[in-house]
Design a protein around this ligand. Structure first.
Ligand code: UGA
Length: 464
């Protein structure tokens, strides 16, 4: 099946490369000329494990092409994936201008029948608007099938997730659309692929047949928002439990493990720390709250999830103030800038929020991140010192802060770091270490939820 992907961001680029990898001819188009020119030269604009190899292999096999000529790409395709951004507006609602623009473009230039698949995370009933827009603006009378196929790829592990999905959700309101999507995903559903992450056939790389879930487009759209907000809810729950554990003198990691081992709850997404960030959870939560309100439902539970998450950075900063007393002019080592390990993405990163808050308090910062330095350099002022290793951030530091749980930071030579610090204090915003691990090396260790000296809960007004 000939495929067109509109939008070469995290979702579009990863999905397009993977669809080419399972054998489909794919053309990826984007209005950003510089990005497409870079991709044509074989340069990948984001860090995503295995993506460069998958793109290179399929580009040279002629299965994956990049173009700014959207009309030609649309015309050549049987099915078109809409993967453009839906950034938040000032009121938290998803901005659908790009979705509408490409829908009109498809309507205006397609002459034959097409399957249009929404992959961008959108408010419920967007597919209905897409159908109406296509019918309104088509000049040729082409017939369109519209489907919603939400993506559940995580940044950093997107290629792995594409080939090892728990489920593939396909929202379509008619058999031709369902049949088209079954054909597109058949290799992933049947395990008929060579896994690019393990360089092994599917039956030797831990692949299991995903559940194929066919729903209406409206239900599929809701599944995406409901899934992301449930995962956010788990994280805020874990963070609330961590605060209670500190007050009670209990060990949050033990408590959360104790509940997560119940298979009905599950251990994933119960890691307490600085909270969730990135370009998905925060914006999807706000958008879902707005959608619910428009439908007439006040989703109070999700407002509390947001509020608990918003407190995390301030609670961490209070611990820092309690440890250092005066912050001004002191030097800190900062480990981690990305919103999570495995990515160079710093959008809505809790680590960047901490860094900005420390700069506002006139602290001197020495920072290191294995992948996000280039992006962070564009955002941070010139006085921030960018170091080339975890050890270098420790130089003359009054404390080292762990803000992203990169495995590289566990592997650093901490005794050497201690020797370079003015004071051997570590504040671990991600619980990368157990308290005794660094204490044994002579560090003062402050984690989040480890039952150490607990700050009083924030006053209600400051917490909101
Ligand atoms: C998330 C979802 O996991 C994907 O399924 C979804 O496709 C994607 O959003 C999307 O909507 O496009 P992603 O934002 O890449 O993926 O990152 P996650 O791995 O889910 O982590 C999100 C945030 O939660 C990170 O800041 C992470 O540090 C934080 N987190 C995660 C915790 O604080 N604790 C946890 O236990 C787990």
């Amino acid at each position: 099946m000939k495929l067109c992907i509109i939008g070469a961001g995290y979702v579009g680029l990863t999905t397009g490369a993977c669809l080419a990898e399972i054998g489909h001819p794919v053309i990826v188009t984007d209005c950003d000329q510089a990005k497409i020119a870079a991709l044509q030269r074989g340069e990948i604009p984001i860090y995503e494990e295995f993506l460069d190899a998958v793109v290179a292999r399929n580009q040279s096999a002629g299965r994956l092409q990049f173009t700014t000529d959207a009309p030609a790409a649309i015309e050549a395709a049987d099915a078109i994936f809409v993967c453009v951004g839906t950034p938040p507006d000032h009121d938290g609602k998803a901005n659908l201008a790009a979705v509408e623009r490409v829908t009109r473009q498809i309507a205006e230039c397609a002459t034959g029948d097409k399957l249009i698949i929404g992959k961008s995370t959108v408010p419920v009933r967007t597919a209905d608007h897409i159908r109406r827009t296509l019918a309104t603006y088509t000049r040729s009378g082409a017939r369109f099938q519209v489907a919603s196929n939400p993506e559940f790829l995580r940044e950093g592990t997107g290629i792995f997730d594409f080939f090892h999905p728990d489920r593939i959700v396909v929202g379509c309101d008619g058999e031709p659309a369902a049949a088209g999507l079954r054909e597109i995903y058949r290799p992933v559903v049947e395990g008929a692929f060579h896994c690019p992450c393990h360089d092994r056939p599917a039956n030797q790389c831990g692949w299991r047949p995903p559940v194929w879930l066919e729903t209406s487009t409206t239900s599929a759209e809701l599944i995406k928002h409901a899934a992301n907000s449930f995962l956010s809810l788990k994280i805020s729950y874990a963070n609330a439990i961590a605060d209670i554990c500190e007050l009670a003198g209990a060990d949050a990691l033990a408590v959360l493990r104790g509940i997560g081992l119940d298979h009905r709850i599950g251990e994933a997404f119960l890691r307490p720390g600085l909270g969730f960030g990135g370009f998905c959870f925060p914006k999807d939560l706000s958008a879902f709250l707005e959608i619910a309100a428009e439908l007439g439902y006040d989703f109070r539970l999700l407002r509390e999830v947001q509020a608990i998450n918003a407190e995390r950075v301030e609670i961490f900063l209070r611990k820092l103030r309690e440890s250092l007393w005066v912050l001004e002019d002191k030097t800190l080592g900062v480990l981690g800038l990305a919103f999570k390990p495995g990515t160079d993405d710093i959008r809505l990163s809790p680590a960047m929020a901490v860094v900005q808050a420390l700069l506002a308090r006139k602290m001197r910062l020495r920072v290191f991140d294995p992948r996000a330095m280039e992006r962070a350099r564009r955002e941070l002022p010139a006085e921030v010192i960018f170091c080339d290793s975890p050890e270098a951030v420790a130089e003359q530091a009054e404390a080292v802060l762990i803000l992203t749980e990169w495995p590289e930071f566990r592997a650093a030579v901490w005794p050497r770091m201690k020797a370079r610090m003015l004071r051997p204090l570590v504040l671990d915003g991600r619980n990368l270490f157990r308290p005794d691990e660094l204490a044994r090396l002579g560090f003062e260790y402050v984690g989040l939820g480890a039952g150490a000296a607990a700050p009083a809960p924030l006053p209600a007004a400051a917490a909101r």
